[in-house]
Write a protein that binds this ligand. Sequence first.
Ligand code: ACO
Length: 373
Amino acid sequence: MIGGVYRTDVQTYGRGLEGLVAGTTSIGYIDGEEGRLVYRGYAVEELAANASFEEVTYLLLNGDLPDDYQLDEWHHEIASWRNPPEEAFKALGRIPNDAHPLAKYRTMLTVAACHIPEADATDLGAQQRRPARILSWAGSLASAAIRHLHNEPPVPPRMDLGYAAHFLYQALGRVPTEEERKAFEASLIVQAEHGLHAAAFAALVVISTGADLGSAVLAGMGALSGVRHGGANQLAWEVLEGLEDPDHARKWAKEKLAEGYRFPGFGHRVYKCPDPRVRVMEPYAEALLRSKGLENRWETYLALRDEVEQALGPRGIFANVDSITGLVYHPLGLPPSAFPIPFCLAIQTGWMAHCLEYLPEGRMIEPGAVYVG
Ligand code: ACO
């Protein structure tokens, strides 16, 4: 390095920056060979079985699980923001009903953020006050964006439900059953953090410039929406919905494998083994589908998963989390275009944790390029 500038002739980089390390973190650990995902030292399987989404958000943002008093405070802080600025809901009226719910929610969050007193403040205290508000607004705004697909009005908030149940209450207009709430909450927990994936890195770049946490989350949302990333759960479900039964799934997969088709919901930059989030979510999906008389969907999914994994598994391509979450969201009654929303609600926790962790570093992220012109 000469005068703060790295010599480009001795650097190497992978396509899509594969293998490049962008920093250190104490938030999440991913083992892509053994299929392990750990948040602040806790295995994701353990958290999905025993913790609430609020506990996991507290853990990711603060470094440890809350005690009873801290959890109560955190719960109240999040719940106190369940009334986003009215202007954000008015903005929905200017957006076509069939626009994608993630795009609507992104627009609403931008409008809401312009209507708070400390909108421009970027001191550490202001940044640290933002996660509870962003998490809470997200539930109310995103559920309104989903209901707007069918021109249904937003459902007013209540204070007596936890985050997962309250989101479903506002999105569906009914309190979920305990089985539904548990399955949905587990999906939020397993999707709450995933290292410096593309969307988290997009958020980190924005926070590094001195911008506010809301702008960083909006950047993450833009990155997440792509079909190679969080948009894949909608596509994966749409593929499955087009398959009549297990035999059809096997036949279709064989044809597509021969064509070199890229199956949505399969493959991952880090996992070259079965995705641990799939293992956690499959029992919830199976139980929910069977309880709603949708066992054919479950069996068709298994046939597709097995056919693709048998062929591509030796190359490290397995079902990823986006192949399974739709099998929970569909029986709950959410429309396919809404599927990326819960993913976004959950994973923005990780983005915010990474951004707050990076802030003391205080240096703008700005890579170079090798000039080949
Ligand atoms: N189906 C078939 N082949 C695949 C798939 C797939 N789903 N994913 C990767 N491959 C193949 C590619 O065709 C390529 O083959 P080649 O070497 O013969 O050209 C090879 O595997 C490597 O593919 P890349 O795109 O370079 O691998 P990358 O690490 O960038 O892939 C990605 C990761 C983008 C997720 C990819 O697996 C994919 O497109 N999957 C489908 C979309 C999807 O499910 N995205 C969600 C990922 S999870 C998440 O973001 C939350």
